[in-house]
Design a protein around this ligand. Structure first.
Ligand SMILES: *[C@@H]1O[C@H](CO)[C@@H](O)[C@H](O)[C@H]1NC(C)=O
Ligand SMILES: *[C@@H]1O[C@H](CO)[C@@H](O)[C@H](O)[C@H]1NC(C)=O
Ligand SMILES: *[C@@H]1O[C@H](CO)[C@@H](O)[C@H](O)[C@H]1NC(C)=O
Ligand SMILES: *[C@@H]1O[C@H](CO)[C@@H](O)[C@H](O)[C@H]1NC(C)=O
Ligand SMILES: *[C@@H]1O[C@H](CO)[C@@H](O)[C@H](O)[C@H]1NC(C)=O
Ligand SMILES: *[C@@H]1O[C@H](CO)[C@@H](O)[C@H](O)[C@H]1NC(C)=O
Ligand SMILES: *[C@@H]1O[C@H](CO)[C@@H](O)[C@H](O)[C@H]1NC(C)=O
Length: 531
């Protein structure tokens, strides 16, 4: 070990005694996160030649990111999450290079593939100058070493810093029982090409050292939050002390679609937040032959099982899952998905390339170099994201209760989910649907406003007036999502400076259906005939 691991116990205990955090949970809940994979975001020289092997290094750097922060900030994001920053293995392995940053060998050296210490410090300084927060991914479950695919892997433990001895690790076994916590926490993940030597995080020397390390890392680089990779694969008891030692907000990766498996991490106080895989799976189903009503049901389950859904990361894509558009590249569906994650309870988390409608399949094909898009700020999802972040950021500015007010479900059926979030005056009422761009035109009536209140649909800048029950008539067409706010809430935001009155003609004319009668097929809706 680098320093005596035993002597760090005292320092770690002090660290656990509650430091002033760079950014606490309340601060993070009001942020909106853009997830960056450093090797795939931008190169230092800004070159956009996209011919690169996605299982090898493609050349992205911290400096490349620094040079392109406008691209992210102009979309309205107020935080970024980046790849792990420490030194990784250098070998070309049968499962690719360590371009993603998850194969640590030295926790005390920065990853020079991504740049110098100065480059990283410049990036953090610039982020903070822009009032943006930085979340850094950290790996605690294992250290990594290339091997020849002969199991058990022959590991040279002296190559690791710290943890340079076999005694800090679990003996080799391959994870085979995904329902057995002892097995998936103590055995080694994916022993192919690279051995992920599994740290014995339940032992005091290991947990003390990791606590001391993360505290230093956060302090040395002014990090505002961490994402704990593979949090489900370390023992439960390790997590609270580690989070406390970091002194900052943490997302822990807990890959499960079951509320009882996910929410216990909050209710037992193991983690403050997790990416919301519960809704992720249901949303994907709803846009691929499933039902929106199931999303609504999962929302209810999550709200009753998880202590704090506002601290969950709301997402539809990340670097581990096939792109949304890989299953269905219909643009209207992608817009509905994006609308949901940005306006939902929880911290919106958009993975780079989602705003460019990338279509890659599973790893590594979901890690397309972003530069292949030429950083197009006019792509439909980029424009939509910029508008919706503006809507959310504005609502938060107008009311300190926006975040803490849980969304109310106004309507849910197989094709639609309509939610209202925020107190009167700063509320956002939105309806997503899974009709796709082939969707017919029809009208629905949805509540959430004061009687006779003037409202604006922010994606089309059409105005409308709520009826005496506070309902607004929404002119649905081509499967587009709808997002309404009080007109008064928009003053000074630059959103929808020019508006026009909404009406049935716009929807019908667009479909060339003027004069015909369009009926919604949904039973139980307030159906209006469209002449
Ligand atoms: C979080 O930090 C803010 C200042 O950034 C402070 O106003 C607030 O009281 C803190 N909240 C908690 C729960 O510590
Ligand atoms: C590891 O376990 C998985 C099942 O979880 C199995 O498919 C795989 O062949 C095993 N690999 C090795 C190297 O033992
Ligand atoms: C769970 O996994 C551990 C480690 O592989 C094993 O020793 C134990 O027998 C398993 N428990 C059950 C109930 O299968
Ligand atoms: C933090 O900085 C100190 C002083 O330069 C250094 O000794 C320590 O190794 C650094 N820790 C980490 C985790 O980078
Ligand atoms: C979460 O909620 C449960 C049930 O209300 C409560 O017992 C528990 O103390 C809460 N946990 C935390 C960490 O707030
Ligand atoms: C939308 O939901 C309906 C009803 O569950 C389903 O039949 C349809 O396939 C879904 N649409 C898409 C694009 O998945
Ligand atoms: C008003 O909207 C709600 C949904 O928010 C709906 O249930 C109700 O039927 C609507 N009322 C009218 C008169 O259309």
């Amino acid at each position: 070990m680098r320093t005596s691991i035993i002597s760090t116990a005292v320092a770690t205990a002090l660290a656990f005694a509650g430091l002033g955090s760079a950014a606490n949970i309340t601060e993070w809940k009001s942020r909106s996160i853009y997830q960056v994979m450093i090797d795939r975001f931008a190169r230092t020289d800004g070159s956009t030649d996209a011919s690169c092997d996605v299982s090898r290094f493609c050349g992205g750097t911290w400096k490349g990111l620094l040079n392109n922060l406008d691209y992210i900030q102009d979309m309205g994001f107020t935080a970024i999450q980046i790849s792990p920053i420490v030194k990784n293995i250098e070998e070309h392995t049968s499962v690719g290079d360590a371009y993603h940053g998850y194969w640590s060998v030295d926790n005390y050296a920065l990853n020079d593939r991504f740049g110098t210490k100065q480059d990283f410090e410049d990036l953090v300084a610039e982020l903070h100058k822009r009032d943006m927060l930085l979340m850094v991914d950290v790996v605690v479950n294992n250290m990594a070493q290339a091997f020849d695919n002969v199991v058990p892997p022959k590991i040279d433990y002296s190559k690791f810093n710290p943890f340079n001895d076999k005694k800090y690790f679990h003996p080799y076994c391959n994870v085979t029982q995904w329902e057995n916590a002892t097995d998936y926490q103590n055995c080694w993940l994916y022993p192919y090409g690279v051995a992920l030597a599994d740290l014995a995080t339940e032992t005091k020397p290991v947990s003390d050292e990791l606590g001391r390390w993360v505290k230093e890392l956060v302090a040395n680089y002014s990090i505002d939050g961490i994402r704990i990779d593979a949090a489900k694969h370390v023992n439960d008891g390790f997590l609270p002390g580690f989070v406390e030692a970091s002194g900052v907000f943490a997302f822990g990766e807990v890959l499960t679609g079951l509320p009882e498996d996910m929410c216990r991490y909050q209710s037992l106080g193991l983690l403050p937040g997790m990416p919301n895989y519960l809704e992720y799976y249901q949303l994907n189903e709803a846009f691929n032959g499933g039902s929106m009503a199931d999303v609504a049901e999962m929302r209810n389950e999550a709200a009753s099982s998880c202590n704090d859904t506002a601290a969950l990361g709301s997402f539809l894509e990340n670097h581990d899952m096939p792109r949304f558009a890989n299953r269905n590249d219909d643009m209207a569906l992608a817009k509905n998905g994006m609308t949901y994650i940005l306006l939902n309870d929880g911290i919106p988390t958009v993975y780079q390339g989602q705003e460019q409608h990338f279509k890659g399949n599973g790893t590594p094909f979901n890690r397309e170099p972003l530069w292949s898009s030429e950083y197009n700020k006019e792509s439909p999802l980029y424009v939509l994201t910029a508008t919706l972040n503006k809507v959310r950021n504005n609502a938060i500015k107008l009311s300190s209760d926006y975040i803490s007010t849980p969304s109310e479900t106004l309507w849910a059926d197989v094709n639609h989910l309509c939610l209202r979030k925020g107190p009167d005056g700063s509320q956002v009422v939105f309806c997503i649907n899974n009709k796709s761009s082939q969707g017919e035109s029809y009208q629905i009536s949805v509540g959430g406003f004061q009687k006779n209140e003037k409202v604006v649909e922010v994606l089309t800048c059409k105005t409308n007036t709520a009826d005496i029950s506070g309902n607004v008539t929404m002119y649905m067409n081509k499967g587009e999502p709808k997002v309404y706010v009080p007109q008064a809430a928009l003053s000074g935001t630059g959103l929808c400076d020019k508006t026009e009155e909404d009406g049935p003609s716009s929807g019908a004319a667009a479909l060339g259906l003027t004069g015909s009668v369009v009926l919604t097929a949904v039973i139980g809706w307030a159906v209006v005939l469209l002449a």
